[in-house]
Design a protein around this ligand. Structure first.
Ligand SMILES: *Cc1c(COP(=O)(O)O)cnc(C)c1O
Length: 383
């Protein structure tokens, strides 16, 4: 047959992995964590993506799972047992906190939320003999607090506690926590790496082989198998990650700076803005910024938010972020009120910038914000 070569990696799908001999078959388990045994542990398509993500993260190993939330749950399940103490940042991804506070607590894990803005010395006082894992997310979901990762890692190391961080916001391009000694780096590949709102995937990277082996083991025994086709799509997403991030980052920061000057905008939560209380830490740790940020608007009834959201044309209303399509999401004040260490107590609007032109996005927001103001001005009571 004529030889064929392509720039595109093949997609290898499998439930069964075929072995050449009985000897090969009976020793198949020994091929893990990197090799191939059965479909649940992946195919060369999975390994190729995992090694690319590991390299981007500055790590030696990576395991992919079917969603970002599965990555969060897998790390907690693999590392914690009854009686262990988990410290989780109060601004980490909502479902990660829910999984910890509801599910892990049911299993007997003691879950404690901590202030994401805490300094290293104070953080040290939270560590108990039973503390087994410190969960970080920087910047935090929705409220965007940047954590002092090095100071927290120093305290963790001092007490022999493992650290994990959700690094989805900046992608591996603008921050590599493993290089600062964080043990596990998690991404929702659903966001920037996939980048097109058409798949779910999560990744867990590590430098330590034994930690990686534990992740692969539980990934396989919980049956958290990802589709080879989705791995292919994430890998294709990586080809344009840098270009997309550069555009989304620049347009988001411009929009954020413009929004700060608008009358009906009370506060913009974006750590790359000089006005942000997290700005100094952001400068210290990040070489760029993600394309998602939040804002608090001047007090207004919910009808004003309805007018704003329903008026938008370029932005779509929806959860998730990091895709080529710009998105907007609303978080009522109760979400902030239920936090242990709330940063604000107002409703928040989260903006995720896609690949549309900057001017078109600004015009869309400008018009919708005027609708917000008009409805707010016409209504006597304020939410
Ligand atoms: C979306 C998100 C997740 C979960 O990812 P899914 O793939 O949607 O399950 C985890 N962490 C952060 C910070 C996220 O934004």
């Amino acid at each position: 047959m004529q030889s064929f070569s392509s720039l595109v990696p093949p997609v290898m799908r499998a439930s069964t992995v075929k072995f050449a001999s009985l000897e090969d078959f009976v020793t198949r388990g020994s091929r893990l964590p990197d090799g191939f045994s059965y479909g649940t542990t992946g195919t060369p398509t999975h390994r190729q993506l995992e090694s690319r993500i590991a390299a981007l993260d500055g790590g030696a190993h990576c395991v992919v799972v079917p969603s970002g939330q599965a990555a969060v749950a897998l790390v907690m399940m693999a590392l914690l047992k009854s009686g262990d103490h988990l410290l989780i940042s109060d601004s980490s991804y909502g479902p990660a906190q829910t999984f910890a506070l509801e599910h892990m607590a049911t299993l007997g894990v003691i879950v404690e939320r901590y202030d994401p803005c805490i300094d290293g010395d104070t953080f040290g006082t939270l560590i108990r003999p039973a503390t087994k894992l410190i969960w970080m997310e920087s910047p935090g979901s929705i409220t965007m607090e940047v954590q002092d990762v090095e100071a927290i890692v120093a305290q963790a190391r001092k007490h022999g506690v493992l650290t994990a961080i959700d690094n989805t916001w900046s992608s591996p391009l603008y921050f590599q926590p493993l290089t600062l000694g964080v043990d596990l780096c998690i991404h929702a590949c659903t966001k920037y790496m996939g980048g097109h709102s058409d798949l779910l995937m999560g990744s867990i990277s590590a430098n330590d082989f034994e930690l990686y082996r534990r992740m692969r083991h539980l990934q396989s025994y919980m049956g958290l198998a990802s589709s080879a086709d989705d791995c292919f799509l994430v890998e294709r997403g990586l080809e344009t990650l840098a270009l997309r991030m550069a555009h989304q980052s620049a347009v988001a920061l411009d929009l954020a700076a413009w929004l700060e000057t608008q009358d009906c905008v009370q506060q913009v939560l974006h750590p790359a803005l000089k006005s942000s209380p997290s700005h100094a830490l952001w400068q210290r740790y990040f070489t760029g910024s993600g394309g998602v940020f939040s804002m608090a608007l001047t007090p207004a009834p919910v009808d004003a938010y309805k007018a704003l959201f329903d008026d938008l044309q370029t932005f779509s209303i929806g959860a998730s972020w990091g895709s080529v399509h710009s998105l907007i999401a609303y978080y009522p004040a109760q979400i902030q009120d239920s936090r242990a260490f709330p940063l604000v107590r107002t409703p928040l609007v989260r903006v995720s910038v896609g690949l549309e032109g900057a001017e078109r996005l600004r015009e869309d927001l400008d018009r919708a914000l005027r609708r917000f103001q008009a409805v707010a001005a016409a209504s006597p009571q304020q939410a």
